[in-house]
Design a protein. Structure first.
Length: 88
């Protein structure tokens, strides 16, 4: 999941979050790399993993490209409504 969102996956974090031994976590990451779901970057202690092509495709397909509303428009509309509601 982390790799799909563009975060680096490290062995230590995978172990801690999944409550796994070092051997099992390493085996998991190696297998995910063999399947192409993760791409290993670096060697030995500095190694981390990024999303492979299948995960990148999922992220691209599910990406929300809609432009977020401008929050200042909402604030401005509320301020105008409050000004109109004040008794004169």
């Amino acid at each position: 999941m982390d790799a799909t969102f563009g975060y680096k996956v490290r062995n230590q974090r995978h172990r801690e979050e999944s409550n796994l031994s070092e051997v099992i976590a390493s085996r998991d990451l190696k297998r995910l790399t063999q399947l192409g779901l993760l791409e290993a970057v670096g060697e030995k202690r500095g190694r981390y993993y990024l999303a492979g092509e299948p995960l990148k495709a999922i992220a691209e397909r599910c990406a929300d490209r809609a432009k977020a509303a401008n929050p200042y428009d909402v604030i401005g509309a509320r301020a105008i409504a409050r000004q109109l509601a004040l008794p004169v």
